[in-house]
Design a protein around this ligand. Sequence first.
Ligand SMILES: [Zn+2]
Ligand SMILES: [Zn+2]
Length: 578
Amino acid sequence: MEAQSASATATSVRRLRRELQLIQQSPNSQVAVKPSSSSLLEWHFALHSLPADTPYSSGCYHGRLLFPANYPHAPPTVVMVTPSGRLEVGCRLCLSMTDFHPESWNPAWSVDTILTGLLSFFLSDSESGYGSVQSLDEQRRQLARSSWAHNATDPDFVQLFPELMEPPERRASTAQGSSQERAAHMQARECWICRDVGSEPLIHPCACRGSMSGVHASCVEQWMRHQRQAGGGGSRPRCSICREAYLGQEVRPGLSSFVFHYASDFGGQLICSALLVAMLLGFQDCWRGKEAALPLPASIAFILMFGCVTLHKFAVLAASLPLHRPPPRSPRAQRFHTSDPQKLARNSAEALTTICVLAVWYMRGELPFVAFLPFGIVGVCFVLKVFSSRLSWSSLCVLTRAVLRCLLLPVMLLRHVTLSLLDPRWVLQLVHPLGAGSHALLVLGTLLLMLCSSNVPLILLWAVHSAALALAIAEKVMAARLVWRHTFAWIYVAQLAFFSMYVANTCCHFQRGFCPDRTWVPVATASALWLTCVCTMALVVNWEECVRHYRNWQRQHGVFTLAHRGEAFAEHRRDLPV
Ligand SMILES: [Zn+2]
Ligand SMILES: [Zn+2]
């Protein structure tokens, strides 16, 4: 089993083994659970013998638990297999102890806790979340009766739960140990996070006593790191059970790391988009025949490379979409799966852009049909795949509504703008000199001036706006009498200004104006100065938000070290200031 779950870390394997041992020692009469024969990171469970006053009493519900390689620092994915009329089948369930909420996960929770929580969520109709469905009791009873036949068609279920193949006449109730009793089985000498004794000494860094008190310092530190990165935890690191603050030292990264982090992130994105554009242009060049800039062998190599890159992108999307789907069963497909919404959005945008650009080139006759065909087919297959996995009457309605909304978008936008323009408050907000709206309008105005053949109006506008902004910055920093409106919209103003500068310096060729021999020199200088003023203004107005964001980032990327390592810590802590 160990060899097959190569991606699992030693900690997750040890902890899951120990949990299995504890479950086998005191089994739950309503929940049967077993790891899959192929991987210790995939467990199967069956909810059965449920209370007689619920519509599920005659049913047996199969589901899967998929553990991440860094378990117990991150929560597992929970997916139902048997239809119940209560929980959706084949999608990741949204509960506080699943991977939907990594920020609320607690490493003290075990498989047993997760399944007990799932069972209570399942039985109570009042709670809802992503993955829960509303149905009539009669439908649920019907599904409960047919659940046995459904489970019999699942090879995993047949293999793992042969004792649950038939509905029992009356299931003998086995003695169910309470969670306290089960906790008593745990040995007091093991770390409550990794469930190992290990060579590292156990410490007692908080008020917890008994079987849940001993923990490895390295396990606590690793857990703090995971919790912070998931966006959870308060300002001080605390024990997740007794809530007592841990004593220790926290090293937080400084401003230079913050700037480097964002600069490298932005640089990476810029390089990625530049590479995509270069690839697209190169691909187009390969099909120009005799006019092509690349020699034939290089063209063939380029086409192959471009094919591989786009295939990889589509494989990622095929394995990961729709959003919230569980990882695919095949280990090969699992390599392409990602549940990170940001990564998925970027991949989708890049794939969509590639197909759209190729389609436009094909329609303009700049690309032969053979070159566009594979991408067109992959795109269509892809759309079909996304919708076929959830093809139902309601999904068709959603699709129709989405298409209609796209078609009616211009009308809706026009209506929205007209209605907003009639509202005097909105107009005031848009043209208020101390708000972001008036500056955004001015930046948009610079785009219009780029249509002139002379660079004079553009440079004059930039100069006047820069001077006004410089005065405003000085007022904000030194006098601060005026009440500037700090909103997120300033970010858009800065982005628009960057875009405007980019267009002016790359796409526009001014024939007349300042410095007639080299009109681009004053344009580049003035635009750089202007962009600096706009960005400084956006920063100065939103200073508090920026500082808050920076502090948050520092907290997420800080490294926590427990003050004292070793058994003697419990005696020392009374003397230390809290
Ligand atoms: Zn440990
Ligand atoms: Zn504690």
